[in-house]
Design a protein around this ligand. Sequence first.
Ligand SMILES: Cc1cc2nc3c(=O)[nH]c(=O)nc-3n(C[C@H](O)[C@H](O)[C@H](O)COP(=O)(O)O)c2cc1C
Length: 481
Amino acid sequence: MAALRRRVLAAAAAGGGLLLGWALATGDERLYVAAVMPVLRAVPPEAAHGLALRAAACGLLPSGRPDSPILEVHVFGQRFCNPVGLAAGFDKHGEAVDGLYKMGFGFVEVGTVTPQPQEGNPKPRVFRLAEDEAVINRYGFNSHGHAAVERRLRARQQTQLRLTEAGMPLGINLGKNKSSADAAADYVAGVRTLGPLADYLVVNVSSPNTPGLRDLQGRAELHSLLTKVLAERDVLPCERKPAVLVKIAPDLSAQDKQDIASVVCEVRPGGRAVAEGAGRAHLSPPSLAELSSASMAGPAEAASCAGAVGSEERRGEERQGGHLPRRCGAPAGSWRQPAGGLGQGKAAHAAARARARAPQVGVDGLIISNTTVSRPGGLRGRQRAEPGGLSGTPLRELSTQTVRDMYALTRGRVPIVGVGGVSSGRDALEKIRAGASLVQMYTALVYRGPPAVAAVKRELEELLREQGFKSVAEAVGADHR
Ligand SMILES: Cc1cc2nc3c(=O)[nH]c(=O)nc-3n(C[C@H](O)[C@H](O)[C@H](O)COP(=O)(O)O)c2cc1C
């Protein structure tokens, strides 16, 4: 009897193993949701995340398929082969970047990285709210620090250059150390150390788990911080500088949003704010009340923010689909050399010099949003009262509304990355129609696993066609027209 039970158990385990192997190899969505993810959720959240990251680093996750041209996006002077990226926090230390691209993401964001290594908050610090398809985390920027992440990313710099060329740019998300007395110096150090390895940098001023961090979203604080960050970005010894994006919280008042819109439209490199007077009057964003009646697509209105947020040169590149590598293209060891000195042709050289003389632009984009400290009604997860930032399905509407507000306040001239509760193509398109040019996901991976990436892209493509859009760009901000 005991022998029979052992044989039945062994057969069941073998069958389960085969099923799991099949799911892992093929990336079958239903098998992942029904079999793989529940097994992984039997493991405590932080340990499960560690396993997933290791699997990605070893290339054990299913590969994505080539993307349809309808999904291609041109933004920040970059080509993205699809608009679905991996949000910050999943690969904080840059340990599994290549495996993560293999899953089908159009871009990957590493970080948040702090200058010095730090432990973050005591464990447990991540909680699943399975009933709500949500997560609460209070990691508090556990980070290996700039030097370790720089080493790791430098070791795969050539690989990243090829990925970027193929339409899969890399973002690096910057933060500050908990004990730092000078937040701006921490971000500036991040620009200097990690900027040369990034296609875009993120000034993360919205994580709820570092005391005082979100105060940096205030008008004066943000203006001062971004002025310093942009000044540092502009002196990076790269032919093409990384774009600078600001990641904001979803828990902002109407006044906060107006202030942020003003700052991202105003801040110019080298500490020069846009002059007072006529220009300034044009730049001040409308109030939220004005927005409800205003059309955001009119050329006269659109001009109001255009001078501040993007040179026509760059916008032209984006429109024409032109693509120039942003990152320092120098091989490891000589990366401080401008790429123009690396034996390019004369024409490319002259073009690089012309670009260097052209006026630099300010903030390149917004990432909306980080996790929320609010607790929307109706949460069912037992651990819903744990302190920290809430992500996943219950964040979706709040973050989409913030995308909508910021798109309107910036007159659609500041590209937006929409993040928060994206788990389907419908969610992605909702954010795109509200004003996002790209989207990111994190929490959906906890519940649906890697196949969620392919599913979001497939559904998004179907919906774009159904709604008569020929490209993602055509759908951006469609709800405002
Ligand atoms: C466990 C966890 C850790 C995170 N860590 C970071 C981080 O280090 N930096 C950051 O900017 N955002 C971080 N985020 C926020 C995500 O990047 C994203 O903005 C948020 O989770 C909303 O997206 P989602 O609903 O798809 O998860 C984290 C989110 C989670 C769930």
